[in-house]
Design a protein around this ligand. Structure first.
Ligand code: NIG
Ligand code: FE
Length: 417
C-alpha cells in the first residue's frame, strides 16, 4: 500500500535538482515546502504533492504530520561509537591544561581506549554499543558511520569491524563501516612502526577486503600518529583492494595529510581545525567533502575549523559529532547544530545541508539518501516543531519525534504527542 505523509507544517527537501550535493551558496538553499505531502511507494519517495491535489485518500496508509516538520533522515557521518571504558581521568588532566597531544605522546589517549576494547569480547562490545545506536536513531539518524581504530592489532581490529557489521544487520538503519587501523601506533609497537604498518598493509587490509568488512579506509595524520608517507602506504594498498578513502587531518598540525588525501582522491577529509588559507584553494578544486567536527573544538577547547571560509570558497561542507571517548564525548546532534551556528557561523540552512546531503556525499550515499527527491530512499526525521529554526535555537534538545527508514517507522516518541 502507498503511504502518505500528510500535511506537515514544513518539508525541508534539501532539493539538489539531481546534483546530490551542495557547495558554496547552494548549501544555503534547503528547498522549503509548505502545504505539501509526501507519497512513499516500495520504500522510496514516489511523489511530493500539494495538499490540494490529494485524491482517493482511501488508497493510502495515511500518517498525519500536522504541526510537525519533515527533514531527510539525518546522516551521522563520522563516529567512533564502538568503544569501551572511560577517559574521564585524562579529561580532568586536560581541564588542568595538559593537551590531547601530550596525553597521546605519553601512551594514553587512543591507547587507553585500545586497552579497554581489547579486554571486551565481541558480545560485550555489541551490548555496549546497542544503546548508543538507539540514541542516534532517537535523534533522527537513518545512516550512521562507525570506525574501528581501538583494536590496533589484527585480532582486535577485525573484532571491532565484526561488531560494526553485526550491528548493521540487527538495526534497521544503515551502518557504514570504516577501517581505522591507522588511528595511531599501539603502545607495544611505538618504536617498531614498520612492524605495525606491515600488519595493516599485509594482514588487515587484505582480510578486510576479502571478507567485505569495511567500505572505507581512514587514517589519522598527525605528529602523535601517522606521517603523510605512512598514510600514503596504507592508502595505496587500501585503494588497490577496493576500499574508499577518508582521512583525519589538519586537527592539530599541518604536516601534509590534506595534500596526500587530495592526491589519492579521498572522499572526505575530516577535522580541519587548523586548516591554512592556502589549503582552502586545494579543497575547493577537489571533489572531496570537508567534514567539520565542532564538538572536538568544544571538548578540547581549541580552534574551530574555518567553516565560513570553506563555504564562501565553494567547498562542500558536512558536519558530524565525531562521537568518541577522547576528543568529543558528545552524541548530541542538536549540540553540534548550535556549535555550528554559534562557533562556525554557519546558517541554519547550511547546517541542515551539512547534516543531510553533504554528509551523505561524504559516505558515498548521496545518490540514495540525504534529500527528499523522487526515487530516493524514504528516510525521514520528523520534528515536533513548526519551523526549522527551532532545531538550532533549542540547544541540546532532541525535538525528533519520529524516525522513518526505508518507509518504515523505526522510532516514535509517543510521549511527545
Ligand atoms: O576524531 N583524531 C583522532 N581520532 C579521534 C579521537 C579518538 C580518540 O581520542 O579516541 C578524533 O578526534
Ligand atoms: Fe574521529
Amino acid at each position: 500500500m502507498l503511504k502518505l505523509l500528510k500535511n506537515p507544517e514544513q518539508i525541508i527537501t534539501v532539493n539538489t535538482n539531481g546534483k546530490n550535493f551542495k557547495f558554496g551558496k547552494l548549501q544555503n538553499q534547503i528547498g522549503l515546502l509548505s502545504e505539501h505531502s509526501i507519497i512513499i511507494e516500495n520504500n522510496l519517495i514516489a511523489d511530493i504533492i500539494p495538499n490540494a491535489s490529494i485524491k482517493n485518500e482511501s488508497t493510502f496508509q495515511i500518517i498525519d504530520f500536522t504541526k510537525k516538520i519533515i527533514l531527510p533522515g539525518l546522516v551521522e557521518s563520522h563516529t567512533h561509537t564502538v568503544f569501551a571504558g572511560s577517559r574521564s581521568i585524562e579529561f580532568m588532566k586536560k581541564l588542568k591544561g595538559v593537551t590531547y597531544d601530550e596525553i597521546a605522546k605519553s601512551g594514553g589517549g587512543i591507547n587507553t581506549t585500545v586497552t579497554a576494547v581489547r579486554e571486551k569480547s565481541f558480545e560485550e562490545l555489541v551490548n555496549l554499543t546497542i544503546p548508543k545506536i538507539k540514541n542516534f536513531i532517537s535523534q533522527g539518524v537513518t545512516t550512521l558511520e562507525i570506525k574501528s581504530g581501538y583494536g590496533l592489532n589484527f585480532e582486535n581490529e577485525i573484532k571491532m569491524l565484526n561488531v560494526i557489521n553485526h550491528l548493521n544487520k540487527i538495526f534497521p538503519i544503515e551502518i557504514v563501516s570504516t577501517f581505522l587501523g591507522a588511528h595511531t601506533f599501539p603502545n607495544d609497537l611505538k618504536n617498531k612502526r614498520e612492524v605495525y604498518l606491515d600488519e595493516i598493509i599485509l594482514k588487515m587490509l587484505p582480510f578486510i577486503s576479502e571478507n567485505k568488512l569495511a567500505e572505507f579506509c581512514d587514517g589519522f595524520c598527525e605528529t602523535s600518529a601517522f606521517t603523510p608517507e605512512e598514510i600514503e602506504k596504507v592508502f595505496i594498498r587500501a585503494k588497490s583492494l577496493g576500499l574508499k578513502l577518508k582521512l583525519h587531518s589538519e586537527q592539530f598540525n599541518n604536516i601534509g595529510g590534506l595534500e596526500k588525501a587530495l592526491e589519492h582522491n579521498a572522499i572526505s577529509i575530516d577535522h580541519l581545525e587548523v586548516l591554512k588559507e592556502n589549503q582552502i584553494e586545494k579543497l575547493k578544486n577537489s571533489d572531496t567533502v570537508s567534514v567539520l567536527l565542532p564538538g572536538v573544538s568544544y571538548f578540547l577547547n581549541y580552534d574551530y575549523a574555518p567553516a565560513r571560509k570553506l563555504i564562501d570558497n565553494d567547498c562542500t561542507v558536512a558536519l558530524a559529532t565525531d562521537y568518541n571517548p577522547g576528543s568529543s564525548n558528545i552524541n548530541s546532534l542538536s549540540l553540534i547544530f548550535s556549535l555550528a551556528a554559534i562557533k562556525l557561523k554557519m546558517t541554519p540552512e547550511e547546517i541542515i545541508s551539512a547534516y543531510t546531503i553533504n554528509a551523505a556525499k561524504s559516505l558515498d550515499r548521496n545518490l540514495q539518501v540525504g534529500s527528499i527527491e523522487l526515487g530516493k530512499k524514504a528516510d525521514f526525521s520528523i520534528f515536533d516543531t513548526l519551523d526549522y529554526s527551532e532545531l538550532i535555537y533549542n540547544v541540546n534538545s532532541n525535538l525528533n519525534i519520529m524516525t522513518i527508514k526505508n518507509g518504515e517507522i523505526i522510532y516514535h516518541n509517543k510521549e511527545r504527542e
